[in-house]
Design a protein around this ligand. Structure first.
Ligand code: NAD
Length: 430
C-alpha cells in the first residue's frame, strides 16, 4: 500500500490519461500486493519514439506532421498495439493507450507486450494519395522501431486495412530480400488479399459481443431482446451493432461524430451499417430520428456500449445514465469519477482491457498465419477467438469473486498476476 510511482512530466497534468491508467493499475496492484519494483517498471513506457516528418500535399505544399510510437513493455513478447490518426493524438494519450495494451495482452494470454502509436492528423481532411504518402513516410521514419518480432502495429481510430497494407508494403520494400512472407507480419489488420486474416475486421466488435453474452450468462438473462445504445459507429461500433442485432439485441440509439440517431423499436442496423459504409457517417440516415448529442445518455437501456474515444462517460453524464451494464468497446471511455457514480448506482462495467481484446486476439491469429504461410478458415478464427475471450471473462469473474472487487480491478489483477509471474521467473536484467 502507498507505494511511490514514478511519474513523467505529462502525468503532472490534472487530466492526464496516462496517470488515470496508472491509477487503475495501482488499485489492482494493491489488491494482489504486487511487488513495488514491478509497479515502478510498469508505471512508465520502455521507449517513447517521437518523429516529425514532411508530407507533400496534392497542392504542392509541404506540411510537417508529428507521429508517435510508444513501447510500454515487452516482457511477454514483441510490442503490439494500434496506430491512431486523430487531431487530438498526443504523447500522454499514446502512453496511456500503450500501457492498456500491455495489460490487455497479458489478460488474454497472448505472447505480446504493449505499444501504441499515432499521428496528430485529421485523416478526413486529406486525399487518399496524401494519406498514402503520409503513412509510407511515417513507416519509413519509424525504421527499425517496428518489425514482426519487434513491434507490430494494427488499426485503431482513423486508420484502416488499406493503411496497414501501405505500412507492410513500405516495410517490405526497405527491408531487403529474404523472409518476404514473414515480413508481412510487421503489421496486422491488413486486407485479406495481402496477408490479413478473415474475421479481423469484425473481431473487436465480435469480442465485445462475447463479453456482453458472458455478462448475460453471469446474471441469468437473455441476450436476445436486450436494449442497447452505442456511441461510435466506426470499425468497432458498427460491427458490434451488426452482430448484436443478428443475435436479437434491440439497438435503440447509435451515435457517431456527425449525429445521434434513435428509434425506440430498434434501428434497422443492416441498413445503417451499409449507409455508414457508403457515406462514412451516420448523419442523413432516414430510418431513425436524429436527436441531440446529450440525449444519448438519457435513454434508458440495458447495455450502453461506448465505442468512440476516451473520457466520454463523464460524471455528469453518468448521473443521467440509466443502464445495467456498460461494455467498454472503446479504450478508457469512463472517467474515474464517473465510474464511482455508476458503481454507486449498481451499474456493472466490463472494462476495456477485457471487452475490446477481440481485435488483438485476431491480430495474433493473423501474425501466426503470416509466420506459417497458412490461412485459417473463418470458423477456425471465430471459434478460437470465442474460446480465448470466454476464458478471459471466466478468469476475471473468478478473480472478482476471490478479491471482492470491481470487474476492472479483477481484470487488472489477472493481468498483473501473469506479468509478475514472468518477471519472477526471468528476473530484471542485468
Ligand atoms: P474508428 O475510427 O473506426 O471509429 C470511431 C468512431 O467514433 C467513428 O464512428 C466516429 O465518428 C466516432 N466518434 C468520434 N468522436 C465521437 C464523439 N464525440 N461522439 C460520438 N462518436 C464519436 O475507430 P475504431 O477502430 O472503431 O475504434 C473505436 C474505439 O475502439 C477506440 O477507443 C479504439 O481505441 C478502440 N479499439 C479499437 C480496436 C480495433 O480493432 N479497431 C481494438 C480495440 C479497441
Amino acid at each position: 500500500m502507498g507505494h511511490t510511482w514514478a511519474v513523467s512530466d505529462t502525468t503532472k497534468r490534472e487530466d492526464s490519461l496516462h496517470e488515470a491508467a496508472n491509477a487503475q493499475i495501482r488499485r489492482a496492484a494493491d489488491l494482489i500486493d504486487l511487488k513495488p519494483e514491478y509497479r515502478l517498471i510498469l508505471s512508465e513506457p520502455e521507449n517513447e519514439v517521437v518523429v516529425n516528418f514532411p508530407v507533400r500535399l496534392d497542392s504542392g505544399e509541404l506540411r510537417m506532421f508529428r507521429g508517435y510510437r510508444i513501447q510500454h513493455n515487452n516482457v511477454l513478447g514483441p510490442y503490439k498495439g494500434g496506430l491512431r490518426f486523430h487531431p487530438d493524438v498526443d504523447l500522454d494519450e499514446v502512453k496511456a493507450l500503450a500501457a492498456w495494451m500491455t495489460f490487455k495482452c497479458s489478460l488474454v494470454g497472448l505472447p505480446y507486450g504493449g505499444a501504441k502509436g499515432g499521428v496528430t492528423v485529421n485523416p478526413r481532411e486529406y486525399s487518399d494519395r496524401e494519406l498514402e504518402r503520409l503513412v509510407r513516410r511515417f513507416t519509413h521514419q519509424l525504421g527499425d522501431t517496428i518489425g514482426p518480432e519487434i513491434d507490430i502495429p494494427a488499426p485503431d481510430v482513423g486508420t484502416n486495412a488499406q493503411m496497414m497494407d501501405w505500412i507492410m508494403d513500405t516495410y517490405a520494400n526497405v527491408s531487403g530480400p529474404g523472409g518476404r512472407q514473414q515480413l508481412r507480419g510487421v503489421v496486422t489488420g491488413k486486407s485479406v488479399a495481402v496477408g490479413g486474416s478473415v474475421g479481423r475486421e469484425a473481431a473487436t466488435g465480435q469480442g465485445v459481443l462475447y463479453a456482453l453474452r458472458h455478462w448475460c450468462g453471469e446474471t441469468g438473462q437473455r441476450l436476445a431482446g436486450l436494449k442497447v445504445s452505442i456511441q461510435g459507429f466506426g470499425n468497432v461500433g458498427s460491427h458490434f451493432a451488426r452482430l448484436a442485432a443478428l443475435e436479437g439485441c434491440v439497438i435503440v440509439a447509435a451515435a457517431d461524430h456527425t449525429a445521434t440517431l434513435a428509434n425506440h423499436d430498434g434501428i434497422d442496423v443492416p441498413a445503417l451499417f451499409d449507409y455508414a459504409r457508403t457515406n462514412r457517417r451516420i448523419r442523413g440516415f432516414e430510418k431513425a430520428d436524429e436527436i441531440e448529442t446529450e440525449e444519448l445518455f438519457d435513454i434508458p437501456v440495458d447495455a450502453f456500449v461506448p465505442a468512440a474515444l476516451e473520457n466520454q462517460i463523464t460524471a455528469e453524464r453518468a448521473h443521467r445514465m440509466s443502464c445495467r451494464v456498460i461494455v467498454e468497446a472503446a479504450n478508457g471511455p469512463t472517467t474515474a469519477t464517473a465510474e464511482q457514480t455508476l458503481m454507486g448506482k449498481g451499474v456493472e462495467i466490463i472494462p476495456d482491457v477485457l471487452a475490446n481484446a477481440g481485435g488483438v486476439v485476431v491480430s495474433y491469429f493473423e501474425w501466426l498465419q503470416n509466420q506459417s504461410g497458412r490461412s485459417w478458415r473463418v470458423d477456425d478464427v471465430d471459434s478460437r477467438l470465442r474460446e480465448i475471450i470466454w476464458d478471459a471473462n471466466d478468469k476475471v469473474v473468478r478473480m472478482k469473486a476471490q478479491l471482492g472487487c470491481s470487474h476492472r480491478e479483477a481484470a487488472y489483477a489477472v493481468s498483473l498476476t501473469r506479468l509478475a509471474d514472468v518477471y519472477d521467473r526471468r528476473g530484471i536484467f542485468p
